[in-house]
Write a protein that binds this ligand. Structure first.
Ligand SMILES: [Mg+2]
Length: 406
């Protein structure tokens, strides 16, 4: 009968210092062992290193273990050996290839309550957590208002009930103030190439039409129409025409004034610098006005802008628009058009917006995000960000703070 190969799991823990992995692998190298798996994590200053190795059939394990024990003792590390049977190892190998998911937890401050609520749902869905890593930088104790804490988990398995899980995540999000994004971990997740943005209340913290109405002294009338549209009493296009008509006679110079005073959403500059640096394409698809879209295009180096053009004659707004109105369906159509032109798969497209007119493009994109949106919009989108700024998108894409040093 041939001798079975011996498989041993080595776990090392203790204070992290340079040269530890080197010293231990040198011991293993002397005995010609095969490495079947290896993983290491450093939390604060503590090391956790695991090596699963196979002792060659012609060798004995005891001298290897003795040498490892001696070396670890010398370095002040704690060592644990676990023999693994060939059957158990084979069973582990065959579980390979199961679906993987990425869960991103985004909040200002990560509390144990938030983490345990998510961990419970993952457990109940019979998913296994393989890897947990922090994407944001080290957290200072003096809490700042715009602090961020983002943790990413890699999960294996198939959820028992995907819909129930999503509903539960929305509940946890609402009750604890954490954003939970659940994405399939596939090649597209790491290769997004185009990001399409809504403008008003997404890139900027304002609704431009309201600002213009204030300047024209028709704010009450305009917001009355906006509210009627939001209640679904009138269509977007009809409300658009009515509101623009109220701006008739407004001086062209006001546009510049309003544009220069628009407050950018938290994280926007950091987001665009990063997207630019890594070669992503960007687009503004807005039911607002092209003047402001173009202003942001120059300021943030956006690649495409599609929005509505206000008609101007003799330096005054005429109360009419030029060309076709960009509504929800048009936004989705434009997203597809840009992706087609740039030769980008729809799975590689990200769409972000806050309004119900953003839902068609959000649904079209591989990664669709409702941003600080109303509950109805949030519930209809695959993903929602409501806790931090727009740079949260980078974390959903898997970026770490150290790769976004702006
Ligand atoms: Mg909007």
């Amino acid at each position: 009968m041939s001798k079975k190969s011996e498989i041993i799991l080595l776990n090392i823990s203790g204070k992290d210092k340079p040269g530890q992995t080197l010293a231990l692998t040198e011991v293993l190298a002397q005995y010609n062992v095969n490495i079947l798996d290896i993983g290491q994590a450093v939390i604060h200053q503590d090391l956790g290193l695991g090596i699963l190795f196979e002792v060659p059939v012609e060798a004995e394990s005891s001298p290897i273990l003795k040498d490892l024990l001696f070396k670890s003792y010398e370095m002040g590390l704690t060592v644990k050996f676990t023999p693994v049977t060939e059957e158990k190892y084979e069973a582990w190998v065959t579980r390979q290839g199961k679906e993987r998911f990425i869960v991103t937890l985004i909040s200002r401050k990560l509390t144990a309550q938030k983490l345990s609520a998510v961990a419970r749902e993952i457990y109940e869905q019979k998913l296994n957590i393989d890897v947990i890593s922090r994407l944001t930088g080290r957290i200072p104790l003096d809490g700042q208002d715009n602090a961020k804490s983002v943790v990413e988990m890699s999960l294996r398995g198939q959820p028992v009930d995907m819909e129930a899980m999503k509903t539960r995540f929305i509940e946890i999000s609402g009750s604890t103030g954490i954003d939970i994004a659940f994405q399939k971990d596939n090649i597209f997740r790491r290769n997004r190439r185009l990001v399409c943005f809504d403008m008003d209340s997404t890139l900027i913290q304002a609704e431009v039409i309201d600002e213009l109405a204030r300047k024209a002294g028709v704010y009450e009338e305009v917001s009355g129409i906006t509210e009627a549209a939001m209640r679904g009493e009138i269509e977007f296009n009809e409300s658009f025409v009515k509101r623009v008509a109220l701006l008739k006679g407004l001086d062209e110079g006001v546009l510049k004034e309003v544009a220069e005073a628009l407050p950018l959403t938290e994280g926007v500059e950091r987001l665009f610098k990063t997207l630019k640096m890594y070669g992503y394409r960007t687009a503004i698809l807005s039911g607002g006005f092209s003047y402001f879209g173009n202003y942001l295009k120059n300021k943030l180096s956006v690649d495409y802008v599609f929005a509505n053009e206000l008609e101007i004659r003799n330096g005054k707004l005429t109360g009419r628009h030029v060309g076709e109105i960009v509504d929800g369906d048009k936004k989705a159509e434009l997203l597809k058009l840009i992706a087609f032109k740039e030769d980008i798969h729809l799975e590689q497209v990200i769409a972000v917006g806050d309004g119900s007119n953003d839902l068609p493009m959000i649904r079209q994109a591989g990664l669709g995000i409702a941003f600080h949106a109303k509950p109805k919009v949030k519930a209809s989108a695959q993903h929602a960000i409501s806790t931090i700024g727009l740079d949260a998108i980078l974390y959903l894409m898997g970026f770490r703070d150290r790769e976004i040093n702006f």
